[in-house]
Design a protein around this ligand. Structure first.
Ligand SMILES: [Zn+2]
Length: 120
């Protein structure tokens, strides 16, 4: 009884807390944030700003300190041959040359996010 309730709370936290409190690696067109507490208790799901910036990537933790146990599990399953076609981090976005600019490279000239959105 305890576990399902906790999972519900964690899911709620990912979709609400991470739009209120935390830091941003990327200037996305909404208010998503990376929340350290949610990031740790939700096994990486709390790196929500990273997820919004690169929604197809299996990897939500983009900085070395953003521990992402879910991604590590996916990598392990892929190593065992039990997962395939794992979508990697979008390097262009990560380094600030793509659709989303990294806060660390904000001085560069990225494209406007709306011009880069692809369907899906
Ligand atoms: Zn969100």
């Amino acid at each position: 009884m305890y576990a399902p309730s906790s999972y519900g709370n964690i899911t709620w936290a990912v979709n609400s807390v991470t739009h209120l409190w935390g830091y941003r690696n990327y200037e996305t067109d909404e208010d998503s944030r990376n929340n350290i507490i949610v990031g740790l208790i939700a096994n990486g799901e709390g790196w929500h700003n990273n997820h919004h910036a690169d929604p197809r990537s299996a990897r939500h933790g983009h900085r070395w300190w953003e521990i992402d146990n879910t991604y590590l599990t996916i990598r392990f399953l892929a190593w065992l041959g039990l997962a395939s076609d794992v979508v990697a981090l979008n390097r262009a976005r990560f380094f600030g040359f793509g659709c989303w600019k990294s806060a660390a490279t904000a001085g560069r000239s990225p494209k406007k996010p709306s011009a880069c959105h692809s369907a899906g």
